[in-house]
Ligand binder design. Sequence first.
Ligand SMILES: [Fe+2]
Length: 340
Amino acid sequence: MYNLKSEEFSYLSLEERERERQHHEMMEDQIIKQQQFDVVDKKRQLEIFNPQDNIDNPDVPEITKEGYLIGKNRFYIARNFFDKSHIEFCLHMFKFQEQRKQYYREENIIQENYDDKGAFLDNWVSKGMPFPNYGETLLLMYKEKVEKLFGLRLKPTYSYGRTYERHARLLSHSDRPSCEFSATLPVSFDTDDGKPWRIWARGDHNFTGLTGKTAWDLSMGKPFRSRHKKAVPVDLWPGDALFYQGSNVIHWRERLVGNSARQIFLHYLHEDGPMYRDFPELMYDARPSIYHGSGSVDMYKRGEASKFLQNQNNYKYYANVSITDPATGKPCGKGHEKYE
Ligand SMILES: [Fe+2]
């Protein structure tokens, strides 16, 4: 019988690992301080959105316990949220699109990578399906159920279907304005170990508008053992969903060790937040209606809104600020006191 201590088969001793962990933690503190993710200008914050506006408005619902939790952690895992038969329906729709080649072939999903550039592993590893009929249908059909779960009112923007193939990965990022309030849900997975393909989420700061490089440094660029408890791996089965503040949460997937994983993303705006108030054109992602396709996006309108929000450091004062206070990082939805 072997009786091995971890040091005997590990490259790093426990002391070395601890030193490495502390080093990464220090580097990370520096990045977070430098980037000033969290809002410090309270006056400006209140000029853009004052929570009192929602408290005074009788049409704004009170948040639920789940609404409080998604305010606190910036993401929330809902098990068995989607009807299995709807997911099965979507699986067939995916297969039609794949067979008929109704997709975009995509390599690096979200920005450039920072490790194996030029190694060709990232070539053609996903099939992207913008605004698919099945996704837009879920976006509509489940809007009310999502609103009830969190005690929030939402406006649909768009959905996306994606079939990831072997070696695909989703590089870490936080999303553009149209993805303010989002869900990702698996339709199927065929992995070598039979387990779900993990998505990672990190929501301990207000990560609106961060660059790909910074996102990398705070997530995928670190060894798993140095990610601490701030980055959370989430395993989802068909029917489950991860709801997350798309604009504010860093999210990513490590390389897919498996043949395929099919995934749907649903995106909404918070109806009672300043983003929808000031940029209502982002509804339907700047299409005339949910039934219009990707070709009808008013790129000018969408671009202007995104430019204003992302280029002038405004984004952090807008995205999800009526769910999570961007200055304190604490839940601020109507009735949050109940759950404190
Ligand atoms: Fe995303």
